[in-house]
Design a protein around this ligand. Sequence first.
Ligand code: NDP
Length: 381
Amino acid sequence: MNSSREANTSLQPPSRRHFIRAAALAGSSLFFTGLSPQVTKPLSSAKETKRYGIALVGLGQYAMGELAPALQMTSNATLSGLVSGTHEKRIRYGQKYAIPDSNIYNYANFDRISDNKEIDIVYVVLPNSMHAEYTIRAAESGKHVICEKPLGLNVKECDQMIDACKANGVTLHVGYRLHFDPYHQVVAHLGRTQSLGAPSFLRAECCQVIGDPSQWRLKKAMAGGGAVYDIGIYCIQAARYAMNEEPIAVTAQEFKTDPIKFKEVDETVTFQLEFPSGVVANSTCSYNSHGHSLRIAYSKNNDSLELDNAFYYRSLSGRLNGRLMDNIQPTNQQAAQIDAICESITSGIDCGISGQEGRQDMKIIAALYQSLEKGGNRIEI
Ligand code: NDP
């Protein structure tokens, strides 16, 4: 039993009432609508059954390790194009996924994608510093855009990306896969409905050991920042949808154990998001340890929800008042995300991960770095 359980009002096992509530929540049909509705423009040719052709841009670990396999599981999308600067990958993945040569591009001839009727959506999976350029080029080619997180390097870039998509009549979504994970949908549902009362406590931790010291994630110009930009963003997202409020102020503290490896970017940051209701959500993100968890306490009956492996692609588990939420069916987050985006483009109904969502996170991230620069001072958002 960990200290958070011991801190509960009694050391008795969770009551049957608590277990029933956990079971009911886990089995309920939940729909995540997000915090910042953005009505999207449907494609004029879109029909309910349309499968959107998606081109992946940047064939790295996430694109080819997760997104390409997930695209084989989607109902509304097909992997129909590849964009890569590496000749060998264009050949290898072109063959593996049976992509015709006419749908394979490099970064120089990428803009010709505008003539390709088999590609409806461009999915930008490049280093963070390239997100804005390729989103804007894709939008100007008349393609809908999905861009990986963080949306841009700063709020100004996010605005340019949002504006470019708007000006070209295409949609912009951020690859926030956890909105489509059933455990996170419970968290968001509870935030929205307050059925267990308002959250009274929130703690999030997203840490992973980063390997290769020469990778772009350790270069400020390409990554924007370190752990906060890359994985702290999941804690920010979770706090926002768990609270169903926007933070009004932040504080942040940075710790470094390896000033050489993490010369340019943050290694470990602990930060606090202050919400209007008075709750201060505490988070830690780190590039130098492992551990993903989320714990939220609710005010009505002192219920407590905990997610383990909280921000991973797979193997998440949840407990409500210590009882395993074992009737939640895991889903492929990426496939669910892509299907939801396609449905949103068809219907024009927001699926909760618009460019505005990405911009809001960037605003919060900017405030966190401002706090770090000012020695941990409170920064109002
Ligand atoms: P990788 O380094 O594995 O892949 C990035 C790819 O971008 C490279 O393989 C390369 O592809 C292309 N690229 C073009 N120019 C450069 C350059 N100068 N330096 C390095 N790569 C370049 O990164 P990830 O796949 O891990 O991350 C890509 C994006 O996806 C990031 O924004 C990251 O935040 C996001 N991400 C999101 C996750 C999520 O869960 N939503 C999880 C992991 C990452 P090519 O050779 O084909 O040109």
